[in-house]
Design a protein around this ligand. Structure first.
Ligand code: SF4
Length: 350
């Protein structure tokens, strides 16, 4: 009989599961607390449960389904990159990013990604499968255990496109947001999409409370399609229309992410077009200079970034320049998994 991972359950589902075992309802509360307050990874740690009960549940359930394979610390930024192995031996990664009082984790939602954005290491891996809810939740809980502190923020910006794995991702976020633990507030959770329009519409319709970020990266369909082939299916203007509807329905401000790539999308003409496209959308804009360690393009010089920002400054909302962190530990999404796969392939070929 295959074992169920308890991190795939919402709190009411865990309660129902405990009832189905003819156990007292408070057992669900005890297990939930061990999983999400104490980050227990084995039933033996649950010392306030009887040995008989622990043995019974350990036969039919597990607490974790990903195993730490590799960890890389950046002495410069404090960023830590985690590489995990799932039960089917596929590999995923997450990044811990400390920043003042914030302790953020960036998590993956798919093994690889089918969207093949040209600036992204994950895009070059290809697509293997969607992650399950418990594999998404467990990245956060295991990192919490590793660093020995509660995490304050979660960003869904790692490997994969979250709206292509909608149910599993949103269920994982709901679990992470559960007040009895892990208790990560909805304003501290951000989901980032490349602009999957049916996903944006559903997210809007369901009035999901988490923040939404859109990876824009270009101001014309030609450039955007070159960087992000999915733009052919969901073109720029249509994505922005869906976002305007999201703003109208939810009264929330999305964030637009714009990776500045030298000579591709960082000219004053691009900045002026971006200004025009966004001027009627209440939002935030993050400009992220491309890190050339990550792949085939070039990093813009600081003056070009500054000039781009100067043009956008007239927008009536925040426009920030953010630098991707942890380049020296391959913290761009998918890089550690790609490096691991390459190393493994090399050693297998030797
Ligand atoms: S940037 Fe995101 S959507 Fe694009 S290939 Fe990488 S993981 Fe996939």
């Amino acid at each position: 009989m295959s074992q169920v991972c308890l991190k795939s359950f919402s709190k009411p589902e865990l309660e129902a599961w405990i009832r189905s075992l003819n156990e007292k309802p408070y057992r669900a509360h005890q297990i939930w607390s061990w999983m999400y307050t104490h980050c227990a990874t084995s039933f033996d740690e649950m010392t306030n449960l009887s040995k008989t009960f622990r043995t019974k549940v350990a036969e039919i359930a597990t607490l974790t389904s990903i195993r730490l394979l590799e960890k890389k610390n950046s002495p410069v930024s404090g960023t830590i990159k985690f590489l995990w192995e799932c039960e089917d031996r596929s590999r995923i990664e997450s990044v811990f990013i400390p920043e003042g009082k914030r302790r953020t984790v960036c998590i993956s939602t798919q093994v690889g990604c089918p969207l093949a954005c040209r600036f992204c290491a994950t895009g070059r891996m290809g697509f293997f499968r969607n992650l399950q809810t418990h594999e998404i939740v467990d990245q956060v809980i295991q990192i919490q255990k590793e660093i020995g502190m509660a995490l304050t923020n979660v960003v869904v910006m790692g490997m994969g496109e979250p709206f292509l794995n909608y149910e599993a991702v949103l269920k994982a976020l709901d679990i992470l947001n559960t007040p009895e633990g892990p208790g990560i507030g909805h304003r501290k959770i951000t989901l980032s999409t490349v602009g999957i329009i049916p996903g944006i519409k559903r997210y809007t319709f369901e009035k999901r409370p988490y923040k939404l970020a859109v990876s824009l990266n270009a101001t014309t369909d030609e450039t955007r399609t070159r960087l992000m082939p999915i733009n052919k299916k969901y073109p720029l203007v249509k994505v922005l229309e869906a976002i305007k509807e999201y703003v109208k329905q939810t009264k929330k401000r999305p964030t637009f992410e714009y990776v500045l790539i030298r000579g591709i999308n960082d000219t004053p003409a691009d900045a002026n077009r971006l200004l025009k496209l966004l001027k009627n959308i209440p939002c935030k804009v993050n400009l992220i200079p491309y890190n050339s360690i990550q792949g085939p393009f070039e990093t813009p010089e600081p003056e070009r970034v500054q000039a781009f920002w100067d043009i956008l400054r007239s927008l009536p909302f925040p426009v920030m320049i953010r630098h991707s962190r942890g380049g020296e530990i391959q913290a761009a999404c998918g890089q550690l998994a790609v490096a691991y796969m390459n190393r493994k392939q090399t050693s297998e070929n030797e």
